[in-house]
Design a protein around this ligand. Structure first.
Ligand code: CA
Ligand code: CA
Length: 274
């Protein structure tokens, strides 16, 4: 009898430990050290936001980026006006995200596009500018067809432009909250070693064009930005971002973890007793 009780206690405690690692949108409690950035956007006022990871990153809201109510159960969010709004992470902390061509890394974001948008391109997260520096952006929209896409540039003429499979406009431009994700698994020229996720479902990956050099890097000394690239490029977010998570370099996330986190963020499963 005692061994059964002990086993139950063990399972209970382990469950609590797992839950303690899971993101909590109301309090911004960090989830694990596998994430170098967990911006929950909980302040609700001012022009500085602080992330919930142990790195305590700070980011500046610029050009009128506004605080709004977030998804139910998840505190606040930031609204981007499709013109020039963006949020810039402290450039002194950019080295945490100096992903290179051989890195493995993951980006997750909780987003809500304004309903009924027509063709456009919307940057979620970027570490690039228009000045010819290496870097990358993660965005929705690719030409006239809706997809998730990532563009990577190595600063030396090599680039790789990859996309998810087509996503119906009604799936993403519908005024509802969605978790979008990108996983890169260290191969610049391979479509199969990168993944696009929408609400916990892998939406495939293919290469649009990829005259990628074997040399060069995608790391730079630019800040990470949300809603636009550094300096602005006319591909601004139109709608809200309620969370941005970026992994530490070479964190080998699994598909199961992406599904789990996406469901947690969307409130499909409980945040657990805390
Ligand atoms: Ca503005
Ligand atoms: Ca750097």
């Amino acid at each position: 009898m005692m061994s059964i009780l002990r086993a139950c206690l063990f399972v209970f405690l382990c469950t609590q430990l797992v839950r303690a690692e899971v993101i909590d949108g109301s309090t911004g409690t960090p989830i694990s050290n596998n994430w170098n950035m967990v911006f929950n956007f909980i302040e609700g006022a001012g022009t500085v936001t602080v992330d919930s990871s142990s790195n305590s990153l700070t980011a500046d809201l610029v050009n009128g980026t506004a605080w709004v109510s977030g998804m139910t159960g998840r505190s606040k969010a930031l609204f981007f006006d499709d013109l020039n709004d963006q949020v810039n992470v402290n450039v002194g902390q950019e080295g945490l995200f100096d992903y290179v061509k051989t890195s493995t890394f993951t980006i997750l974001a909780l987003v809500r596009h304004t309903a009924g948008l027509t063709s456009d391109q919307w940057i979620y997260v970027a570490k690039i500018n228009t000045g010819g520096n290496p870097g990358w952006w993660f965005m929705a929209g690719q030409d006239s067809t809706k997809r998730l896409s990532v563009f990577m540039y190595d600063g030396a003429g090599g680039y790789c432009n990859t996309t998810s499979a087509n996503i119906a406009a009604a799936e993403l431009q519908d005024g509802n909250w969605h978790v979008v994700g990108f996983v890169y698994r260290g191969n610049f020229g391979s479509a199969t070693l990168r993944e696009y996720w929408l609400d916990g479902v892998n939406r495939g990956s293919s290469i649009a064009d990829c005259p990628g050099g074997a040399s060069g890097t995608i790391a730079n000394n630019l800040h990470v930005s949300f809603g636009d690239m550094s300096g602005g490029a006319g591909t601004n977010m139109d709608g809200e971002i309620g969370l941005v998570m970026m992994s530490r370099i070479d964190y080998p996330i699994t598909g199961e973890e992406i599904k789990f986190l996406s469901n947690r963020i969307l409130g499909r499963v409980s945040n657990g007793a805390r």
